[in-house]
Design a protein around this ligand. Structure first.
Ligand SMILES: Nc1ncnc2c1ncn2[C@@H]1O[C@H](COP(=O)(O)OP(=O)(O)OP(=O)(O)O)[C@@H](O)[C@H]1O
Length: 276
C-alpha cells in the first residue's frame, strides 16, 4: 500500500451561489477524503483550485466558509467532536478558516493580542492560551513579531499570523484565497513552508487554496480542480463549475519531485483553463 483513502472530510453536493438573480457558480459536487500514507505519520490534504479570472473561485471559497449564502446544495464536513467515525455536520461560518487575499489583521492589535483574541472562545485557561501562542510563534518562526502591529510586519509574516489566527478559531480546515499573489520569492518560500507545517501537523488538516500559478498548484496539491465556464450542447455557459479534476495521487505524481509528468499535467491543466 502506498496510500489509502479513509473517512470523508469534505462533501459538497450540487452547490450553487447567486448574487441577486445572477448565478455565479452552479452544479459543484465533490468529495475529499482523508488520505493515509505508508510510513508517513501525518498526511494532510492540500487541494488547489485554478481557473481563469472571474470564474468564481473566490465566490466558491466564500460559500464553503459560510460567508455567502448558498442558493442550492449541501456542504458537509467531518464532525471532529463526534466520538464515532464518519459523522458529518453541515458547515457553518467559523468551521472553516478563511484567509483572504489581503490577510486582513486587526490594525490596532499586536500579534500577541490578535492570537489571544482568536482563542477567546476556546475552553483553554489563560496559562494554556499563553503556552499555545508561544508554541505556534516558535514553530512558525515568528519570535521577533510578538509585540509588533500589522504595519510593522512583512507580507509573509502577516500571512502566517492570519493563518494561525484562523487555525486557532476553526477546526482542521483552512481556505486561502490566492495566498501567493503579490509575494516575492522569499515570502513564497515562507508560505510554502506554512503549507508543509499545516499538513504535517495532523492527518485531518486540509488546506484549500486558489492560485494563478499552475506550477505551484502542482508542486503543493494532491488534488487540483479547474473552475471554468462549462460547454453544454456546444454552448459555453456563463457560470463557473468544476470542469476538470486532476488527482495527482492517481496519476502517481503526488509527493514527488517536479518532473516530466508534472510538466505534461501543467499543459493539460492550462488547456482545460483555456477552453473554459
Ligand atoms: N458581491 C458581489 N456581487 C455581485 N457580483 C459579484 C460579487 N462578488 C463577485 N461577483 C461576480 O462574481 C463573478 C466571480 O467572481 P470571483 O471573485 O468569485 O471570481 P474568481 O474566479 O475568484 O476571480 P479572480 O481569479 O480574478 O480572483 C465575477 O463576475 C464577479 O464580478
Amino acid at each position: 500500500m502506498k496510500h489509502q483513502y479513509k473517512e470523508t472530510l469534505l462533501y459538497i453536493e450540487n452547490l450553487s451561489v447567486a448574487y441577486d438573480d445572477h448565478v455565479i457558480i452552479k452544479d459543484i459536487t465533490l468529495t475529499e477524503k482523508d488520505v493515509v500514507r505508508e510510513g508517513v505519520d501525518h498526511t494532510g490534504q492540500v487541494i488547489a483550485f485554478v481557473g481563469r479570472s472571474g470564474r468564481g473561485k473566490s465566490t466558491f471559497f466564500k460559500a464553503i466558509t459560510g460567508l455567502v449564502p448558498v442558493k442550492t446544495g449541501k456542504i458537509l464536513i467531518k464532525d471532529f467532536e463526534a466520538t464515532e467515525p464518519n459523522i458529518a455536520k453541515v458547515v457553518k461560518e467559523g468551521n472553516i478558516g478563511f484567509v483572504d487575499q489581503k490577510y486582513t489583521l486587526f490594525r490596532h492589535k499586536t500579534v500577541q493580542q490578535t492570537l489571544k483574541f482568536a482563542l477567546r472562545k476556546t475552553s483553554l485557561t489563560e496559562t494554556e492560551k499563553e503556552a499555545k501562542i508561544k508554541e505556534y510563534i516558535e514553530k512558525w518562526g515568528l519570535d521577533t513579531c510578538v509585540d509588533k502591529y500589522p504595519n510593522e510586519l512583512s507580507g509573509g509574516q502577516r500571512q502566517r499570523i492570519a493563518i494561525i489566527e484562523q487555525l486557532f478559531s476553526s477546526d482542521q480546515f483552512i481556505v486561502l484565497d490566492e495566498p501567493f499573489s503579490g509575494l516575492d520569492v522569499g515570502n513564497i518560500q515562507e508560505v510554502k513552508k506554512s503549507f508543509e507545517l499545516l499538513s504535517s501537523t495532523s492527518d485531518f488538516n486540509t488546506v484549500i487554496f486558489s492560485t494563478h500559478d499552475i506550477e505551484l498548484a502542482i508542486e503543493l496539491a494532491q488534488t487540483i480542480y479547474v473552475i471554468g465556464y462549462p460547454t453544454i450542447n456546444g454552448k459555453k455557459e456563463a457560470y463557473g463549475t468544476i470542469v476538470a479534476k486532476f488527482d495527482l495521487r492517481e496519476l502517481g505524481i503526488a509527493w514527488e519531485l517536479y518532473g516530466e509528468k508534472h510538466i505534461k499535467l501543467s499543459k493539460d491543466i492550462i488547456h482545460q483553463m483555456m477552453i473554459s
